[in-house]
Design a protein around this ligand. Structure first.
Ligand code: GLC
Length: 539
C-alpha cells in the first residue's frame, strides 16, 4: 500500500499569522479550526504547524520553554485537541514542528543546568570554560558567558535558544518522551527543526573562514559524526507508531548531505533546499537541480518540492513578482517528483512585504544581523540593508482573507503589519474568479489528487530543450506529460506520444493531436495519454 504522505500535498501554517480566533492580533488554534473548510476546499492533505508550545517567542516559538504545554496565545490543550479532531474529520493530517536541537533559556532544564556546575542537568547543555570561534547562524558568536558559574554556553542560534547536549542519553530520552506525548495526542508526524545540528564536533575545533564570501564555514558545528545514528533512533521512536511521518529540516543546499538523512530507517524525507532555495526563476538551473536530485537519490528515497517557507523570501517575489511564473512554480511543485510543501498565502500569490520602517518588523535573525553590523563598525544605513536582507518577517505577514480591516486576519491590529496589497490580493476576491491564483491552485491540487502518476510515477524522461522544461511521468495506471515554457516566446516541441488529452493549460482550452506542439510564452501544458492507446495497454 502506498504510504499516505507520498500521496499528500502539505501546507505550512505559520502559527502567528494564519488566523486570529480570539481577537488578540495573533493567530491561534481557534482561528485555524475555523479555516479548516477553506483548507479542505483548497485541496491540501496535510498541514505542517510551526511551533505552538509555551515559549517566550524570541524566535517566534522556536525557543520552547515547555514542550508539554500549548502557549496561551494559541489556546488551550482542549483547543489543540479539537483542532486535531476537526482536521482528521476532514481527512486532513497534521504534522507538528518540534525543536530538538535547543530549548529556550527559560526552560526549567536550562534554569537548573545554569544553577551550578554540579547540578545533574549541567551536562544537558554544552558548557565550556573558553569559547572557540563558532558563530551563531543568526549572527555573532555562538557562545554566551554566564556569570553565575563563570562558563560559556553554546547556542547555534539566538542566545535565548540554548543548544542541548545530544551526547547525553538523558537528553535523548527526555526528547523521545516529548515526541511520544504528541504522537499519543494524535499528531501524524513531525517536522524536525534544524535536525542536522544535533551533534557537534566534541573537540571544538575552530571553524575555517571563507575569504571570498567573507563568512565562516560551518564545518564542525553541524552534520557531525553520530548524527545518523541519532536520526535512526528518532525514526525508530516515531515509527513505533504506525503510519507516522518524519520530515527533517536539514540545513544544507548540498544534495550529497541532504541525501544522507532520508530513506529506510531514517527520515521519510528531508527538505530539498538544493531546489527550494533557488534564487531566480531560471529554468535551466531548476532543471539541473531536479536532475541532480534524481541522480543522487536511491530508488527508495523521495524528494520534497517547495519554493517558499517562513524562513525565506516568498518565491513569487524572488521570481520577479510575476503571476505566470508563480503558476509555473505551482505546477512544478505539484507535478514533478517529490512531496509538495506549500506555504500559506502561496495560493493567493502573496508577496514579501517590508514596511517603510523596517525596524518595526525585525525578526531575531534580522535584529542580530543589524546589531552585529553596527558592532563591526558599519553605518546605520549599511546595517539596515544587511538586516533587511536577512529579516524573515517579510514572508510572515498575516494571511490575507478579505478586503476588510486587517485583511480579515484579526479584529485588532495584528502583531505584524498587513501588506498594502491585501485589499486586492485576498481569498474573498479570488474565490469566485476562475482566473485567480487561488482557482489555479485548487485546479492543480485536484489534478494531482486525481492522477496517481503525479504522486508516485517515475520519470520516463526529464528534459530541458529550447527553453522548455518537460517531463513524462508514469506508473502502472497512466502516463502524464508536463511542459513548461519558461520563456516569453512561442516555442515548438516534438511530442513522442500521440493520443494525449489536455488536462490543463494556463493559456488554452484544447490541444490539437499532432506531433509538434506549439507552446506560447509562459505556458504550462499538462497532457495525459489516452487510456485506449496501444502503447499504454501493452505496458
Ligand atoms: C529553523 C526554523 C527557523 C528558526 C531556526 C532556529 O530553521 O525554521 O525559523 O529560526 O530553525 O530554531
Amino acid at each position: 500500500m502506498v504510504k499516505w504522505w507520498k500521496q499528500s500535498a502539505f501546507y505550512e501554517i505559520y502559527m502567528p499569522s494564519f488566523k486570529d480566533g480570539n481577537g488578540d492580533g495573533l493567530g491561534d488554534f481557534a482561528g485555524i479550526t475555523s479555516k479548516l473548510d477553506y483548507l479542505k476546499e483548497l485541496g491540501v492533505d496535510g498541514l505542517w504547524l510551526t511551533p505552538f508550545y509555551a515559549s517566550p517567542k524570541v524566535d517566534n516559538g522556536y525557543d520552547i520553554a515547555d514542550y508539554y504545554c500549548i502557549d496561551e496565545v494559541y489556546g488551550t490543550m482542549e483547543d489543540f485537541e479539537a483542532f486535531i479532531a476537526e482536521a482528521h474529520r476532514r481527512d486532513i493530517k497534521v504534522i507538528v514542528d518540534i525543536v530538538l536541537n535547543h530549548t529556550s533559556s527559560e526552560h526549567v532544564w536550562f534554569k537548573e543546568s545554569r544553577s551550578s556546575k554540579d547540578h545533574p542537568k549541567r551536562d544537558w547543555y554544552i558548557w565550556r570554560d573558553e569559547p572557540n570561534n563558532w558563530e551563531s547562524f543568526f549572527s555573532g558568536t555562538a557562545w554566551e558567558f554566564d556569570e553565575a558559574t563563570g562558563q560559556y554556553y553554546y547556542h547555534a542560534f539566538a542566545r535565548e535558544q540554548v543548544d542541548l547536549n545530544w551526547a547525553n542519553p538523558e537528553v535523548k530520552n527526555a526528547m523521545y518522551d516529548v515526541m511520544r506525548f504528541w504522537l499519543e495526542k494524535g499528531v501524524d508526524g513531525f517536522r524536525l527543526d534544524v535536525i542536522n545540528f544535533l551533534t557537534i564536533n566534541e573537540s571544538f575545533i575552530d571553524n575555517p573562514y571563507d575569504h571570498d564570501k567573507k563568512e565562516q564555514i560551518h564545518l564542525y558545528d553541524k552534520d557531525q559524526e553520530g548524527i545518523l545514528s541519532v536520526i535512526e533512533e528518532i525514526a525508530d521512536v516515531v515509527h513505533q507508531y504506525p503510519g507516522k511521518f518524519l520530515v527533517g529540516e536539514v540545513g544544507s543546499e548540498d544534495i550529497n548531505i541532504l541525501k544522507r538523512y532520508s530513506g529506510l530507517n531514517k527520515l521519510d524525507v528531508s527538505f530539498n533546499f538544493n531546489i527550494g532555495s533557488i534564487a531566480e526563476f531560471d529554468a535551466e538551473k531548476i532543471y539541473k537541480k531536479l536532475v541532480e536530485t534524481e541522480k543522487a537519490y536511491d530508488s527508495g528515497q523521495i524528494a520534497t518540492l517547495f519554493f517558499s517557507s517562513h524562513d525565506m523570501s516568498r518565491h513569487i517575489s524572488r521570481f520577479g513578482g510575476d503571476e505566470d511564473r508563480a503558476k509555473m512554480a505551482a505546477v512544478l511543485i505539484l507535478t514533478a517528483k517529490g512531496v509538495p510543501f506549500l506555504y500559506q498565502g502561496d495560493e493567493l500569490g502573496m508577496k514579501d512585504w517590508v514596511p517603510d520602517d523596517i525596524m518595526k518588523m525585525m525578526d531575531v535573525q534580522g535584529r542580530l544581523t543589524y546589531e552585529q553590523a553596527v558592532k563591526n563598525g558599519k553605518s546605520k544605513e549599511a546595517a539596515l540593508v544587511a538586516a533587511n536582507e536577512r529579516c524573515r518577517d517579510k514572508s510572515r505577514t498575516p494571511m490575507q482573507w478579505d478586503s476588510g480591516p486587517h485583511a480579515g486576519f484579526s479584529e485588532v491590529v495584528p502583531w505584524i503589519t498587513v501588506p498594502e496589497d491585501a485589499f486586492h490580493t485576498n481569498v474573498e476576491n479570488q474565490e469566485g474568479n476562475p482566473d485567480s491564483m487561488l482557482s489555479f491552485y485548487k485546479r492543480m491540487l485536484k489534478l494531482r489528487k486525481e492522477h496517481t502518476s503525479f504522486q508516485t510515477g517515475e520519470y520516463e524522461f526529464l528534459r530541458f530543450q529550447n527553453g522548455i522544461l518537460s517531463y513524462m511521468r508514469s506508473n502502472e495506471m497512466e502516463r502524464t506529460f508536463v511542459a513548461l515554457n519558461f520563456s516569453e516566446e512561442e516555442k515548438s516541441l516534438e511530442l513522442e506520444l500521440k493520443n494525449m488529452n489536455l488536462l490543463l493549460s494556463n493559456k488554452r482550452n484544447k490541444v490539437e493531436n499532432s506531433e509538434v506542439l506549439t507552446i506560447v510564452g509562459n505556458e504550462v501544458i499538462i497532457l495525459k495519454e489516452d487510456a485506449g492507446n496501444d502503447s499504454l495497454n501493452q505496458r
